[in-house]
Design a protein around this ligand. Structure first.
Ligand SMILES: NC(=O)c1ccc[n+]([C@@H]2O[C@H](COP(=O)([O-])OP(=O)(O)OC[C@H]3O[C@@H](n4cnc5c(N)ncnc54)[C@H](O)[C@@H]3O)[C@@H](O)[C@H]2O)c1
Length: 392
């Protein structure tokens, strides 16, 4: 135990902040000024080398209101679309952060890349696999950095999952169960952008399912997905008596609900690995189960969180044999010193500034998106399908 605590302390010390060269600023434009844009602004204000020079939103006045809320002066906001902002060469932008709803991830990202800008794109990557492929072709042609906004990856406990797998302690991985969910958690606090087909595009499957998939796929090195048998449903979202609609006085959201609120799938991955997945925005259950990674030498149990957002819900356990005895080793929760949302912005800025690679590369998240796309397609067809990923 003492050794474990020493290792933990050493790990924490390695999490020190780097010194930032504030003389060279990164010029940033924000596309889409809703909730997550507020989170970007809040963190960028803490970074001495970040300069927000422009922001835009399809809703007139929304970009200015966000800048006013954070007291940022001198930011140009009088643009009717992302195109107008990107076309304004007087801004000398280095990069943009794409904070639009899911169905507007592709267009601004492709346009920004084609105009020579680095992009931090919020999760999920896209709605469909084809959109992800189109973005990656633009990325390849441009040579610019594209990073996807998966901040849970930067959490010390999430990093520990990967360290455990990489250490070989689990042996060969052959079966994974992942997912999570909320009893009542359809995201409608700011209206219908997550639940309408033409804005959200996909529901729980993409919104929080992408995190569950990243938790395990990143840990095992993102093997290629081969086949998927998927299921989606929408029993809660389409019910006007869904308790949160009633509580908030919005039974009309039931009619606006056009996506999934639950998804499940059985996925075959390259290397003979099976992935069993389920995710819910709403269900009559506390959790659809912990995440488990089963291997020939050991298995890892990762407790689920109550309100799933892609993090570790409690101390993890490795089940293995020591000297022939069946043993359980507990991995204590590592206190996360730094704000993962700030680390997400910092790591992207560092890549832009020093010519690094994307902190969360599209080449990995392509497989995440291929599974999401495969689940939606398989569910619509009512049978297992092969996952075909076009050449980039
Ligand atoms: N990383 C995270 O933890 C996290 C958390 C919440 C949301 N998100 C993701 O961020 C995205 C946005 O979520 P949100 O809650 O801010 O949504 P939102 O609906 O509150 O805001 C999106 C905004 O984008 C604007 N917009 C859409 N298309 C545009 C375009 N082409 N040009 C300019 N503006 C445009 C809309 O008018 C809207 O104001 C979603 O994809 C969501 O999944 C990520």
């Amino acid at each position: 135990m003492a050794q474990a605590m020493n290792d933990l302390n050493a790990f924490m010390d390695n999490q020190e902040k780097k010194t930032v060269d504030a003389s060279k600023k990164v010029r940033i434009g924000i596309i889409g000024c809703g909730w997550i844009a507020g989170s970007h602004v809040r963190r960028l204000l803490k970074l001495p080398d970040a300069e927000i020079v422009a922001a835009c939103d399809l809703v007139p006045g929304k970009a200015k209101a966000l800048m006013d809320e954070w007291g940022i002066e001198g930011v140009k906001t009088d643009y009717a679309s992302h195109k107008e902002m990107i076309d304004d060469k007087s801004l000398n932008l280095d990069c943009v952060t794409v904070c639009t709803y899911n169905c507007q991830h592709k267009d601004p990202t492709v346009y920004a890349l084609k105009n020579g800008l680095h992009v931090l794109l919020e999760k999920p990557f896209t709605v469909t696999l084809d959109e992800a492929v189109e973005i990656m072709r633009a990325e390849k042609e441009s040579g610019k950095i594209l990073s996807i906004g998966f901040q849970p990856r930067l959490d010390a406990n999430m990093k520990m999952i990967k360290k455990i797998v990489d250490s070989g302690a689990l042996g060969k991985i052959y079966y994974i169960q992942t997912g999570g969910g909320r009893r009542r958690g359809i995201p409608t606090p700011f209206g219908t952008s997550f639940i309408a087909k033409d804005t959200g595009g996909i529901g729980a499957l993409g919104d929080i399912g992408c995190y569950s998939l990243d938790m395990v796929l990143n840990a095992i090195g993102y093997p290629k997905p081969l086949t998927v048998s998927g299921y989606t449903s929408n029993f809660f979202g389409t019910d006007p008596n869904y308790s949160n609609y009633v509580k908030t006085g919005h039974p009309e959201y039931a009619k606006a609900f056009e996506v999934d609120d639950f998804a499940a799938a059985f996925v075959r991955l390259e290397g003979g690995i099976i992935l069993d997945f389920r995710i819910a925005w709403a269900m009559n259950l506390d959790t659809p189960g912990d995440t488990i990674i089963m291997g020939t030498k050991g298995s890892l149990r990762i407790p689920s969180t109550e309100c799933w957002n892609g993090t570790v819900g409690g101390p993890m356990s490795i089940y293995h044999e020591v000297c022939g005895e069946q043993t359980r080793t507990e991995i204590p929760i590592i206190p996360q010193k730094e704000d993962v949302f700030e680390l997400k912005m910092r790591s992207f800025l560092d890549a832009v500034k020093y010519g690094g690679t994307a902190p969360v590369p599209s080449s990995q998240i392509l497989y995440n998106q291929a599974i999401i796309d495969g689940i939606a397609k398989s569910s619509a067809l009512g049978r297992e399908i092969e996952i075909e990923i076009p050449e980039i």
